[in-house]
Design a protein around this ligand. Structure first.
Ligand code: B3K
Ligand code: ZN
Length: 876
């Protein structure tokens, strides 16, 4: 395909000052009338051709200044329309009528049908599937939208902004007019028409604006939107208090739909959500669901300033809005919940998704420089690493500097389509910092590595830290430049407190941050009275890997004594990881696996330490996942050996700690009735993690079955079901629980997704047959992205042994599923096949099969640009 390049960016020859849209809704034949107030940009030659984007549109008519264009006045192509007869005036009106078929639109981009309703998704390039337009984010326009539809089937007619008119029409139809005073790019346009119930509330902004809040969900489900509403109100308040950002319309609406390609969408004043991120009650939602709802409601709301008021000049700048908004939603959740627990979860997510992306064939910079399909760049690198980069800005310029920089950004760029350079400039101008080297984080793909050596010179009371940075990247071409890496640290003394030092040379050290800028630093801390153990990368201050050239005893010491909770967890994880690697090696060479007493002792201490938060204890007891271990091993991966090794280590630990596990399990009593707050969630998480360990040690399936049937909330129910299914797939109790669960929730798709996902993750050779079977059942649908992700996604990402079966059938299944889905929904299909991005790291017999399956998919005749792009890069 043809690649779009950052360096080719050029401002548009034409602007659209104002757009009037009229929709005459019909399931198969919707008519869209668009009247564009066009203006030729200054300095552009008279008659310069006007090229509008369009995709799968039927053109009904086109007129300029009320005169229909003759057929030689324009040229249609698969990508749009080129108009070459233009008036001499620099302003003119363009009227275009298109006909579209929302029912046939299975891509869920543009205007489509979901559960009988009409819904839109326009980011990134969906608006061109509604009408011909300058569908690029730097074209900002004021939208007025008239929607007309059947009063009975679509009583609700919603769009962006404020409703300015509505009324009845003939033939049982009605209309509504919406006006959005804020100029916006087309990707933020939204329309919803249908029949839903609503939950309403109000919010008074700090300057006194009264805002109506409305969350639309299926009739009867209104009470299940209460937590989303509560999250919205807390988000609005938080954004005023922490960022000074106030809402700017009289109404804010959220619509929940069940067919949606991703999580949610920040359309101005009218967010559209995947309903799994809106609906929750104790009976149907897990604690994780509650946390996700809170985070995603906040994320989309925060986009109102970081994304909508200040948008992106072009799609290469995607991280400008996404990285910053993720950072903002992370900070919000950290404030609402436990900050260290939140940080650990973020880092686990980053390592599970972003690190492998950065280490594999799909690696790209946080700001990519080329793409052939932009939808493939809504990645964890753009989002999560993009957020880490914003966090590093804050670490470098400090809390106050960060605040000044963001204030300046909002003041200077409100109403703009901005770039990363604009953003960086605000930090430089507001703080005086030189961020030239730091900005490499946007350009250089790959995860930097830090190699560390330390030495204590007792005689001179000098502690030396040698740090060398390196970056191996599959995609950086040319020279790799050293990066500016902020490393938060502490010199931990024998009593666990941070030691002071009298001076430091060899690197710029401000407060508790070492600024690594050179390829190599030799840093001397003078006047260190006792030999310390260095704690590095506290709070995970930079998204890098570390080779800790340190003894197990040092890791064990930090796991016990570091006063940074993140770093404690990190030290424990490193210690556990070492053993898990060794154990995998032992399994492969036929040796017996044994867990080290040291690790078990520390876990035992953490388990029994009631001064630690339950959620934190649960995270520690979980140990690195199979995928974590695979990533750490890096090459020649044998998922079966990893599984066996990890199971044996966990079994050992569980047996060693059994009495304490049982006592703790009995003692932990989550509040009744159910409250979804972080403290209660933490107790449930610890209790359910312990349940899994007890069942490991005792094989007491009955206990899990009891936990399942006694559950008064979905967290306990789903966790118990997982323990049963994953640890005792063939037990009678498991079959019974699965059937009870299915029967109880057959009419609730969001809950049934959990039922599919849990079964998809049952390890071992029988997994594929199980998944194939489930994919053929009546309740499975290829047209619903949530269901596809629950079954096929969970299998390919969450079931290492089942998916990577040694005979390669798992890979063939995923490639076939991708091909099948590609005919319906290329965007979701492309996302699905990224599960194979690390195929080269597998041991030879498996990677051969993977390669064969990928190649055969690539040879398919009709492949979407989305899937082709991923495949070509994966195989390159
Ligand atoms: N901005 C949307 C994502 C759109 C994805 C288009 N393929 C949701 C979000 O990040 O908030
Ligand atoms: Zn976003």
């Amino acid at each position: 395909g043809t690649a779009i390049l950052l360096e080719d960016y050029r401002p548009s020859d034409y602007q659209i000052d104002k757009v009037d849209l009229a929709f005459s809704l019909d399931a198969q034949e919707t008519l869209v009338t668009s009247i564009l107030s066009m203006r030729r940009a200054e300095g552009v030659a008279e008659g310069a051709p006007l090229v509008l984007h369009g995709d799968e549109l039927e053109l009904v008519s086109i007129a300029i200044n009320d005169t229909a264009l003759s057929e030689d006045g324009y040229e249609l192509s698969a990508d749009g329309i080129s108009i070459n007869k233009l008036p001499a005036n620099d302003v003119f009106t363009l009227k275009i009528v298109t006909r579209i078929n929302p029912t046939a639109n299975k891509k869920l981009m543009g205007l489509y049908r979901t559960s009988g309703n009409f819904c839109t998704q326009c980011e990134a390039e969906g608006f061109r599937r509604i009408t011909y337009y300058l569908d690029r984010p730097d074209i900002l326009s004021v939208f007025t939208v008239r929607i007309e539809g059947d009063s009975k089937t679509v009583p609700l007619l919603l769009s962006n902004g404020n409703c300015t008119d509505k009324g009845a029409l003939e033939n049982g139809r009605h209309f509504a007019v919406w006006h959005d005073p804020h100029p916006k790019p087309a990707y933020l346009f939204a329309l919803f028409a249908g029949d839903l119930g609503v939950l309403k509330d109000r919010f008074k902004t700090r300057s006194g604006r009264d805002v109506t809040l409305e969350i639309y969900v299926e009739h009867g489900k209104e009470p299940r939107a209460a937590y989303a509403m509560d999250s919205l109100i807390r988000s609005m308040k938080w954004d005023e208090e922490v960022y000074g950002c106030e809402y700017d319309l009289d109404i804010f609406m959220i619509v929940a739909v069940s067919d949606f390609n991703m999580g949610a969408m920040e359309n101005k004043g009218l967010n559209v959500f995947n309903d799994k991120y809106v609906l929750a009650d104790p009976e149907t939602a897990t604690d994780q669901d509650y946390a996700n709802i809170e985070a995603i409601i906040a994320h989309e709301y925060f986009h109102n300033w970081t994304g909508n008021r200040i948008t992106c000049r072009d799609w290469f700048q995607l991280c400008l809005k996404e990285g910053l908004t993720v950072y903002r939603d992370h900070s919000f959740s950290a404030d609402m919940r436990s900050a260290p627990v939140k940080r650990i979860a973020e880092v686990r997510g980053l390592r599970a998704h972003q690190f492998p992306e950065d280490a594999g064939p799909l690696a790209h910079p946080v700001r990519p420089r080329r793409y052939s399909e932009i939808n493939n760049f809504y990645t964890s690198t753009v989002y999560e690493k993009g957020s880490e980069v914003v966090g590093m800005f804050k670490t470098i310029v400090g809390e106050e500097g960060y605040k000044r920089a963001l204030d300046l950004y909002f003041e200077r760029h409100d109403g703009d389509a901005a770039t990363i350079e604009d953003f960086i400039k605000c930090f430089e101008d507001a703080t005086g910092a030189d961020l030239k080297q730091f900005s490499l984080w946007y350009d250089q793909a790959g995860t930097p590595n830090l190699a560390i050596e330390t030495n204590y010179d007792e005689a001179h009371k000098r502690f030396t830290v040698n740090i060398a940075q390196s970056l191996k990247s599959s995609v950086v071409t040319g020279d790799v430049e050293p990066m500016h890496i902020p490393v938060r640290f502490g010199l931990v003394g024998p009593q666990g407190n941070d030691l002071a030092y009298s001076g430091v040379t060899g690197a710029d050290v401000t407060g508790d941050v070492i600024h690594v800028r050179e390829p190599k630093h030799s840093i001397h801390f003078e006047g260190v009275e006792q030999e310390p153990v260095i704690s590095l990368l506290r709070g995970f201050s930079a998204p890098v890997t570390i080779i800790p050239e340190r003894a197990d005893s040092e890791l064990a010491f930090l796991a016990r004594h570091d006063n940074d909770e993140f770093a404690r967890w990190e030290a424990l994880s490193s210690l556990a990881m070492r053993q898990l690697r060794q154990a995998t090696h032992d399994v492969e060479s036929g040796k017996a696996v044994k867990s080290s007493p040291e690790l078990t002792t520390i876990l035992y201490e953490i388990l029994s330490d009631e001064t630690l938060e339950p959620a934190y204890r649960a995270l520690c007891l979980s140990l690195p996942s199979e995928a974590d271990i695979a990533r750490e091993i890096g090459s020649d991966i044998n998922p079966d050996a990893i599984y066996t090794a990890r199971s044996q280590i966990l079994d050992d630990i569980a047996k060693e700690c059994l009495a304490t596990l049982q006592a703790t399990y009995a003692k932990l009593n989550p509040a009744k009735p159910f409250v979804p707050d972080a403290t209660s969630a933490g107790i449930r998480s610890l209790r359910n993690t312990i349940l899994g360990l007890i069942v490991r040690a005792t094989g007491d399936v009955e206990l899990a079955a009891k936990h399942f049937s006694n559950a008064d909330n979905m967290t306990d129910r789903a966790d118990a079901l997982s323990v049963l299914a994953l640890q005792a797939p063939d037990a009678e109790e498991t079959a019974l629980a699965l059937e009870t669960f299915r029967a109880g929730y057959a009419d609730n798709p969001i809950v049934m997704d959990k039922w599919f996902a849990i079964q998809a993750m049952i390890p071992g050779g029988g997994a594929l047959e199980r998944v194939e079977q489930l994919s053929k059942s009546d309740s499975f649908s290829w047209e619903n992205p949530n269901r596809v992700r629950a079954l096929i996604g969970s299998f390919s990402v969450g079931n290492p042994t089942g998916f990577n079966r040694a005979d390669g059938v798992g890979y063939r299944f995923l490639c076939d599923a991708t091909a099948r889905l590609d005919d319906i929904n290329p965007q979701v299909a492309a996302r699905l096949i990224t599960a194979m991005r690390s195929w080269r790291n597998l041991e030879k017999k498996r990677s051969d099969f993977a390669l064969e399956a990928l190649k055969s998919l690539l040879s398919k005749e009709k492949l979407s640009r989305d899937v082709r792009d991923i495949l070509e890069r994966t195989l390159a």
